[in-house]
Design a protein around this ligand. Structure first.
Ligand code: PGA
Length: 245
């Protein structure tokens, strides 16, 4: 199995002055068994990558095309050119704010792979879907459409992020997390074969914090975390990195 991944998603937070958080994380990242990753807003990627050392840098989305008339969008090639090695795709905030569908995410994932980036494909159910006991159906459908063929443990990470847990302070029970992660693992093994299926890292995301990270990290098939709010301050994120490592 690959190293666990502690991924920070800064969302639309951070200014140039916040690049100092990276310096505060450096020692923790160096001494950790985890791969540490920060995904800042796109304009910060280049400057962050200059100083990030052992910490990987990633984007939060990319366009499916290599270039062209798409005002405001960023290509996967440019992310890579600026020093990114990962890109988050299909985050529920992108799905909600920009109408991204599973089909769009599949195309973006192909673009990310074309640029040599590792895609972190996000999937997760709404509260209504969980209450209706549809969680595994939703997750299975998102996984099969959003992830293209030819996935490997190198080019793909899957992040399970229940929408109702993001930024709310609510989390599923450890059993619920385990059920979904085991299901994702089984689906990956069925589709891509056991070797590849086992090597794709599956992250949990949604209100992960310094207090709950160690318990979540112990759940079967949890290979890391995708952390929003608690990744913004190096002091909090360091505790999570240690819990995952
Ligand atoms: P949160 O966000 O940790 O603030 O809940 C996680 C995410 O959206 O990736």
């Amino acid at each position: 199995m690959r190293k666990k991944l502690a991924a920070g998603n800064w969302k639309m937070n951070g200014l140039l002055e916040n690049l100092s958080e990276i310096k505060s994380l450096a020692a923790t990242a160096q001494n950790s068994n985890c791969q540490v990753l920060i995904c800042p807003p796109a304009p910060l990627i280049h400057a962050m990558a200059q100083i990030s050392g052992d910490i990987a840098v990633g984007g939060q989305t990319c366009h499916a095309n290599e270039s062209g008339a798409h005002t405001g969008d960023t290509s996967a090639n440019l992310l890579a050119d600026c020093g990114a090695t990962y890109v988050i795709l299909g985050h529920s905030e992108r799905r909600a704010d920009h109408g991204e569908t599973d089909t769009d995410i599949r195309a973006k994932t192909k673009a990310a792979w074309g640029a040599g980036l590792t895609a972190i494909v996000c999937i997760g159910e709404s509260l209504a879907e969980r209450k209706a006991s549809n969680t595994l159906d939703i997750i299975g459908g998102q996984l099969s459409t959003s992830v293209p063929d030819n996935a490997t443990g190198e080019n793909l990470v899957v992040a399970y992020e229940p929408i109702w847990a993001i930024g709310t302070g609510l989390t599923p029970t450890l059993d619920q997390i385990g059920e979904v992660h085991d299901f994702i693992r089984a689906r990956l093994e069925r589709r891509f074969g056991q070797g590849v299926g086992r090597s794709v890292r599956i992250l949990y995301g949604g209100s992960m914090n310094p207090k709950n990270a160690a318990d979540i990290a112990d759940v079967s098939n949890v290979d890391g975390g995708l952390v929003g709010g608690a990744s913004l301050k190096a002091a909090d994120f360091s505790i999570i990195i240690k819990a995952l490592g």
